[in-house]
Design a protein around this ligand. Structure first.
Ligand code: HAM
Length: 420
């Protein structure tokens, strides 16, 4: 073992478990690809200012959790703690919104970094697959994203997740609510930090997990009762569209998200088998974000699903994904001449698209067959000196145990036919 370990709050993805992660990413991306979302990739770091303005100066993400640093050239950068601000920045920079086709629908998959206190399901390096639909105010778009998230989880075989839904209002009604909530919070016995938070970002106080705070929050004014008519109608339409799609959700009037850019629709996918880090995904509408980072008004909506927590949710439900073996054919040469010939067969197989692997390192038959077994290959091809003299290889079906001699010149076609 080396003296180095993965940094605190991180872990390595290694085979065979890494295959599950890839499959989860694929499963989340599939419904997006199928619904008009194009793939986007942005840098792993951005200007600190983008996140400060986008995610919010007073959020935990910006004040406590950002990996911010100054480069040798004097630029203030941060490892990205989330994807939405970056994706919107990139879309604006490339003028995608001017190409005329709104909404601009984008999906992404990558690593994100937050300096959080590590625990199960909460890491300093984690992975998300996300989607952003930029430049349209349409309840059907909000509904589409919620439905696609539901579809992604269901396609993986997850059942014990719930969708929490709320509306955070808009710039008309939220300020009125904010004042009412502040008045209420000022009357409670809260510690200094929390009182300060109530002045800067009162909605965040609703998200305080401490029991004594939660107890005092019973009876707090709810945004639901302050929504303006436009927000109410919009939210009602989103609810109806999701319901009509057969997706169940729970209204959660206390749902506040940890990022400041949200307006109107907000939602979270939570899984009941994960303990305190129960949010497997989340998102919502962010109609003001573009202007906050210097762009034109572009009402938008999106979500990000956490790959790490989705894998934990699968484990919690005891779901194991059916992953096809990555190798179909394993070749075992006995002797130098057989090695040259079989290496050629393996190369041919790979060329025609058959997943093939080879016994390297001059192992004996026993050791090589062990490798063949471990590879999960359906077939092994063995050849020794006598086979070469006869112009054949031994083709073994690892499932039935049946073995037949096949001509060297026919083996590639034979395997292709058997595996198709
Ligand atoms: P978020 O709720 O901060 O939203 O993160 C989304 C998901 O990423 C979480 O539900 C969780 O599964 C995963 N996640 C977040 N932090 C960690 C962590 N420390 N360890 C493991 N997993 C984590 C956003 O990031 C928004 N950008 C979502 C969005 C897109 N809103 C609109 N568009």
């Amino acid at each position: 073992m080396s003296t180095f370990k993965a940094p605190k709050g991180t872990y390595d993805l290694i085979p065979p478990d890494s295959a599950t992660y890839l499959a989860v990413r694929e499963a989340i991306a599939a419904p997006l690809r199928n619904s008009g979302y194009g793939y986007i990739e942005t840098p792993g770091f951005e200007s600190v200012e983008l996140f400060a303005r986008g995610v919010g100066e007073s959020t935990d993400i910006v004040t406590k959790e950002m990996y911010a640093f100054e480069t040798k050239g004097g630029d203030r950068l941060a490892l990205r703690p989330e994807g939405t601000a970056s994706v919107l920045r990139a879309a604006l920079e490339a003028n995608l919104h001017k190409a005329g086709n709104l909404p601009v629908k984008l999906w992404y998959s990558g690593s994100y970094y937050r300096y959080e206190r590590p625990q199960k399901g909460r890491y300093r390096h984690f992975s998300q697959v996300g989607a952003e639909a930029i430049g349209a105010e349409d309840p059907a778009l909000d509904a589409e994203l919620i439905i696609l998230g539901d579809q992604a989880y269901r396609s993986l075989g997850l059942r014990n997740f719930r969708i929490l839904l709320n509306s955070l209002g808009d710039k008309e009604c939220r300020p009125v609510y904010r004042t009412a909530l502040q008045d209420f919070l000022r009357g409670l016995s809260l510690d200094e930090d929390t009182l300060r938070r109530a002045e800067i970002n009162p909605l965040r106080v609703l998200d305080d997990k401490r029991g004594d705070v939660q107890k005092q929050l019973v009876g707090a004014p709810l945004l639901r009762d302050y929504l303006c008519d436009a927000c109410k109608a919009y939210h009602e339409e989103v609810r109806e569209l999701i319901t009509a799609a057969g997706v169940s959700f729970e209204d959660d009037p206390k749902l506040v998200r940890g990022l400041d850019y949200y307006t109107r629709t907000t939602f979270e996918f939570v899984h009941d088998g994960l303990g305190s880090q129960s949010a497997v995904g989340g998102g919502g509408r962010y109609d003001g974000l573009s202007e906050m980072i210097g762009g034109p008004a572009l009402p938008s909506v999106g979500w990000a699903l956490g790959v790490d927590r989705t894998v934990l949710a699968l484990e919690a439900e005891g779901v194991s994904l059916e992953l096809p073996a990555s190798t179909s054919v394993f070749a075992v040469p006995l002797g130098d001449e057989a090695r040259r010939m079989l290496f050629g067969v393996v190369t041919e197989l790979r060329k025609v698209g058959v997943a093939a692997d080879f016994s390297y390192g001059g192992k004996g038959l026993k050791g090589a067959m062990k490798n063949a077994n471990r590879s999960g290959a359906r077939y092994t091809v063995v050849a020794g000196e006598r086979d070469l003299a006869d112009g054949v290889v031994q083709l073994k079906d690892m499932e039935s145990g049946e073995q037949v001699a096949v001509g060297v010149n026919e083996i590639v076609a034979e395997l292709e036919a058997r595996l198709s």
